[in-house]
Ligand binder design. Structure first.
Ligand SMILES: [Mg+2]
Length: 222
């Protein structure tokens, strides 16, 4: 574990890192195929096949994060569907305590998300974690997804952070690789992004299972 004494700035991804990715997985892998099947008169299995290959095509791009794009592409009202199941949006255990601790420690805390601003809105309303952030930045606003180095160059210009004294937590290895290439020193991969799926894959990054591990660090710094 790192010592948080050496950190001034904490950058946090939203989906899977702060919030349970179960909501998003259920949404894209179950609800959308179901609605797509009804709309286009195909079986659920066929809808899933079509959609999974479409998702693959747009993965890691701004289209992927743009729910208006998906509404047009699939002829479904994606924001309305998200709204319908917003009761499934959940914060990971101990996230709020961690955010409170970071504020008490006078760290600057930013959310960096690939989520569309409409989705960010729904999620912040439901979870009320927005109050802990100096600012929430979407890749949409930056014009690049977090997987691209240009995203980091733009963010750095806006919020100004010392790469050596910055901590970034995300549940996507590809995003962490770009952050590493940009020079952010302290990186963690959030494990257990979806609380109902077990992830067994190995990663090149240190893994954060539980936010209490980091909070423990705050205590031992004193
Ligand atoms: Mg994520």
């Amino acid at each position: 574990m790192i010592s948080l004494k050496h950190i001034d700035c904490v950058l946090l991804d939203m989906d899977g890192t702060l919030l349970d990715k179960y909501f998003d997985d259920y949404f894209w892998e179950h609800l959308v195929p179901q609605k797509y099947a009804e709309k286009h008169g195909v079986t659920f299995g066929r809808a899933k096949e079509i959609l999974l290959s479409l998702y693959k095509t747009h993965e890691g791009t701004l289209n992927w994060t743009d729910i208006d794009f998906w509404s047009r592409e699939l002829h479904l009202d994606i924001p309305a569907l998200k709204e319908q199941i917003k009761h499934l949006i959940e914060v990971h255990p101990h996230v709020e305590d961690f955010l409170k601790a970071m504020k008490r420690q006078k760290k600057r805390v930013f959310m960096l998300t690939n989520a569309h601003y409409k989705v960010l809105d729904i999620k912040l309303k439901k979870t009320e974690i927005g109050v802990y952030f100096d600012r929430c930045i979407t890749s949409f606003e930056m014009g690049y997804p977090k997987e691209m180095i240009e995203f980091w160059e733009k963010v750095e210009k806006i919020i100004k952070f010392d790469r050596e004294r910055t901590l970034f937590i995300d549940d996507t290895a590809e995003v962490l690789r770009t952050a590493k290439a940009f020079g952010i020193k302290h990186l963690f991969l959030k494990a257990g992004a979806n609380s109902k799926k077990t992830d067994t894959s190995q990663h090149e990054f240190p893994v954060l299972k539980d936010y209490r591990e980091l909070m423990q660090q705050v205590k031992s710094d004193h």
